[in-house]
Design a protein around this ligand. Structure first.
Ligand code: ATP
Length: 414
């Protein structure tokens, strides 16, 4: 719609005094016709202007309401639980009070359940907290029911079974533990070399139990959130409670739970505080309900034994590199969506990749695909796998002299 409609030209009537009566009559008729036309056009433009006026009034009204809401200082943080036709249900952090409230149309279009919002005293939603304003989101990865399944994990069947027993069973059927009269394991610690599927395992349990997966990396916590570690650990547990059922996954737990040293630097003190907070959250989290905790490390030797006490990480599961049969399975998993030639022999590939982790096997499959693409083919052949293997082995020997040892070499400390 045009913002400022142009008015039609006003018809003019010019009568020559020398005109005959007939000519005068015809000129008058012509003028009448033009006047009627101009009047129609004006009516049409008036209708358009009225529509526009109404549209602008609605906008002004919305801006005024949003302006009023924004002028009030945000006070409480809440999670938007549900968007319904009657308004939105929010749950205030801290008090856990649930309220049905209204949203301005502008906000309504931007929200979805699970988002954090700022509310005032009268529970009016003032603004949606974006990821940038949500410090917790920077440190944590929150994913509802991730799409990894047990079928995506190969070669560590025993570990999958142990994790299901320790984490999945208490979530799915807590009553059986009560009936038997035992407490389910508090926390599960997965340890082993990098790239062996520890994160996948935690995600698969979250998927199977339809739980929210909340991941926090110990290293990031220590490096990026100096001074905030303890608060973030507190937040982690309260976030997990808000999203029940949920799985807290603390990756690289060694970064915050290394054995205490005598060093008195402030950085160490900060790490200690973060760890103490973690221990106290775990200790005070008796009635954990639908929240389970999994941690992972590839530096088991460095861990402070305090975190392994009963009631804390009291179930230890070693996740090793896959053996030959395991590698074959992982090859099959990572090539199932690839267009692979029939003669590719996975058994032989598994035999030739001793020392490879699951992640290495995946890289090899991807690299083989890249060789096919470079060659302008859509089918991946045995030669592509051979070339990929040669390339990775070469890269690996190039890196072998650096401190960042490749995962294909079985030299990890864990
Ligand atoms: P890190 O200790 O480095 O965090 P991790 O043990 O948590 O490693 P993941 O992140 O689970 O390893 O694995 C990385 C990727 O490697 C996965 O996304 C997957 O593609 C592949 N992978 C690793 N292990 C397996 C496995 N057992 N089966 C199938 N794929 C695997």
């Amino acid at each position: 719609m045009s913002r400022s409609p142009t008015l039609p030209d006003r018809p003019t009537l010019e009568l020559d005094p020398d005109m005959s009566d007939g000519e005068r009559l015809s000129a008058l008729r012509d003028h009448l016709e033009k006047t009627v036309q101009a009047s129609e056009e004006l009516k049409h433009q008036l209708a358009l202007a009225a529509d526009r006026h109404e549209e602008l009034e609605t906008k002004v009204d919305r801006f005024e309401r949003e302006n009023r809401a924004l002028k009030t200082t945000p006070r409480y943080v809440a999670t938007l639980e549900e968007v319904t036709d009657d308004g939105v249900v929010i749950k205030q952090h801290g008090s856990n009070q649930e309220v049905l409230t209204q949203l301005s149309q502008g906000l309504r279009e931007r929200v979805e359940s699970g988002m954090r919002v700022a509310i005032d005293d009268s529970f009016t939603v003032q603004t949606v907290l974006s990821n940038e304003t949500d410090a917790r989101a920077q440190a944590m990865e929150v994913e509802h029911s991730p799409d990894v399944t047990y079928a995506d994990i190969g070669g560590i069947e025993e570990q999958v079974r142990d994790v299901r027993e320790a984490v999945e069973a208490p979530l799915v059927d807590p009553d059986q533990f009560e009936a038997v009269g035992i407490d389910p394991p508090s926390g599960v610690l997965l340890y082993g070399p990098p790239g062996t599927g520890k994160t996948m395992l935690a995600k698969a349990v979250a998927n199977e139990t339809d739980a929210t997966f909340i991941k926090m990396a110990g290293s990031e916590l220590v490096q990026k959130f100096i001074g905030e570690g303890a608060r973030l650990v507190r937040d982690l547990f309260s976030l997990a409670t808000e999203h029940e059922p949920s799985i807290i996954f603390i990756d690289e737990i060694d970064a915050i739970a290394t054995e205490r040293t005598d060093s008195k630097t402030s950085g160490d003190a900060e790490v200690q505080r973060t760890m103490m907070q973690l221990l106290s959250e775990m200790d005070g989290f008796e009635e954990r309900g639908n929240v389970r905790i999994i941690a992972a490390t590839n530096r088991f030797d460095m861990l402070d034994r305090a975190i392994l006490r009963p009631g804390r990480f009291d179930r230890l599961i070693e996740v090793p590199k896959p053996d030959e049969t395991g590698r074959e399975k992982i090859f099959r998993i990572h090539t199932r969506d690839m267009n692979v030639a029939d003669d590719v022999d996975y058994e032989r590939l598994a035999d030739r990749t001793a020392g490879f982790s699951g992640a290495d096997v995946r890289s090899l499959a991807t690299e083989a695909g890249m060789f096919a693409i470079r060659d302008g083919r859509t089918e991946v052949t045995t030669v592509d796998f051979e070339d990929a293997l040669a390339k990775l082995t070469e890269e690996e020997s190039g890196r072998a002299n650096t401190f960042d040892a490749p995962s294909a070499s079985p030299t990890y400390v864990y």
